[in-house]
Design a protein around this ligand. Structure first.
Ligand code: NAD
Length: 430
């Protein structure tokens, strides 16, 4: 099938490469020429395990990238995966997505090379009312010139294991209004449906959007609930992980997403929870539990700083921040918990030296004036305290490196460090 993917960021590049791996002819469209060159050279524009390999296998074969919308003229499905950032009030700024949707619809209305119509499938995360508005807009642009159907096909992949998740989805959600969209979406993913047996959910576009928000809101609330319980454990001197292991045996609770710590970040959970709160509030219902989930999450970095201040005066200390990416396996720092922690350290007058295996370049743009180390060992050398913000495997293997610190104060936000003799070790919730 000829498929176009508009927007080649974290979600779009994985989708384009994954669809190429399923033997479709894929055109990736992005307005950023550097991203386009990188994809055409077979190199991932972002850090994502397995993505370089997929791109090197398919770029120049059945995957091409371009900045030209004309390349979508013969696509049976045009996926749109451009960013949907938060506004100040948490609502989604739909302008970049609208721009892409309008450009796609106009191109298809004016230059379509198919006489059997096109499906415009939104991958970007937008609220149900925004989906309805986009449908109206697409149909108005299409008019009688071309048959267009809007679909909502939300993305559930996790950064850090996005390629793996694409190839082994646990569910596929196809939100469609009519049969062409339904048939084409199912056909596009047929090899995955055959191999990975995901749940296949057919519904309307607005419900598909709500499924995406409900999924992320549920997971974010689960993390905040275990963090809230973890904070209670900490004040009672109880290990939250022992409690979590016990309650996880109850299959109504489940053992996953019970790792308490410094909280969730990334481009999805914080943004999506804020967006669904804003959209729902606008429509007349204020979801108090989801607001509480955000409040707990916002408080966790401060709790790490409070723990640090129990053992040292930050203004007199050189503090190593280990981990800048919002989670291991990615170079994405959007909403990373390391950002409020670094801000808090700077407000307190600390000297900060930061390290991450892949996300230093991104964080340097955010904090150009702090020091960056080339290794965790270098960051620890001479530091009075270390704060662990990302659960990179290499931090668990640091062992002797802590001996190079001037004071061995370690505040662990991810439970990755094994406490050692001579170390003042504090776990956030244990
Ligand atoms: P991103 O910022 O990494 O990528 C967006 C890309 O779209 C950029 O490369 C940008 O240059 C391009 N773009 C912007 N306007 C364009 C236009 N008019 N035409 C062509 N290209 C354009 O964003 P992302 O993280 O990939 O997220 C994209 C969407 O997918 C968001 O709605 C997000 O909520 C959703 N999503 C992301 C993930 C994830 O893992 N990152 C997971 C699920 C859902």
């Amino acid at each position: 099938m000829r498929i176009a993917v508009i927007g080649s960021g974290y979600a779009g590049t994985t989708l384009a490469a994954g669809l190429a791996a399923l033997d479709h002819d894929v055109t990736a469209v992005d307005i950023d020429p550097e991203i386009v060159s990188s994809i055409n050279a077979g190199e991932a524009p972002i850090h994502e395990p397995g993505l370089d390999q997929l791109l090197s296998e398919h770029a120049g074969q059945n995957l091409t990238a371009t900045t030209e919308y004309a390349a979508i003229r013969d696509a049976a499905i045009v996926f749109i995966a451009v960013q949907t950032p938060s506004r100040e009030d948490g609502s989604i700024d739909v302008a970049p997505l609208r721009g892409a949707v309008q450009s796609a619809a106009r191109t298809l209305a004016e230059e379509s090379h198919r006489d059997d119509g096109h499906v415009v499938a939104i991958k970007s995360t937008v609220t149900p009312p925004q989906v309805s508005a986009l449908r109206d807009e697409i149909l108005e642009i299409a008019g009688d010139a071309v048959h267009l159907e809007l679909a909502m096909n939300p993305e559930f992949l996790r950064e850090g294991s996005a390629v793996e998740d694409f190839l082994n989805p646990n569910k596929l959600v196809f939100g469609t209004d009519a049969s062409l969209a339904r048939e084409r979406l199912e056909a596009a993913f047929t090899p995955l449906i055959a191999d990975a047996s995901p749940a296949v959910i057919h519904t309307d576009p607005e419900t598909a959007s709500m499924i995406k928000y409900a999924n992320n809101a549920f997971l974010a609330a689960k993390i905040s609930l275990i963090n809230d319980l973890g904070n209670i454990c900490k004040v009672f001197g109880i290990d939250a992980y022992e409690v979590a292991e016990a309650i996880g045996t109850d299959d109504r609770i489940g053992e996953r997403f019970l790792r308490s710590g410094v909280g969730f970040g990334g481009s999805c959970f914080p943004k999506d929870v804020r967006a669904i709160i804003a959209a729902s509030t606008e429509a007349g219902y204020e979801p108090s539990l989801l607001s509480a989930a955000l409040a707990v999450n916002d408080g966790q970095p401060d709790r790490m700083l409070d723990l640090l201040e129990r053992h040292t005066t930050p203004a007199e200390s050189r503090v190593a921040v280990l981990g800048l990416a919002f989670k291991p396996g990615t170079d994405d720092i959007r909403n990373s918990r390391s950002i409020p922690v670094i801000e808090g350290l700077l407000e307190r007058g600390a000297t900060v030296i930061a390290y991450d295996p892949v996300a230093t370049k991104q964080m340097r743009e955010r904090f150009p004036d702090i020091e960056y180390a080339r290794s965790a060992r270098e960051a620890l050398d001479g530091a009075g305290a270390a704060l662990v913000l990302t659960a990179w495997d290499e931090f668990a293997a640091l062992n002797g490196a802590f001996e190079e610190m001037s004071d061995r104060i370690v505040i662990d936000g991810r439970r990755v460090i094994e406490p050692q003799d001579g170390m003042t070790y504090e776990g956030l919730t244990w």
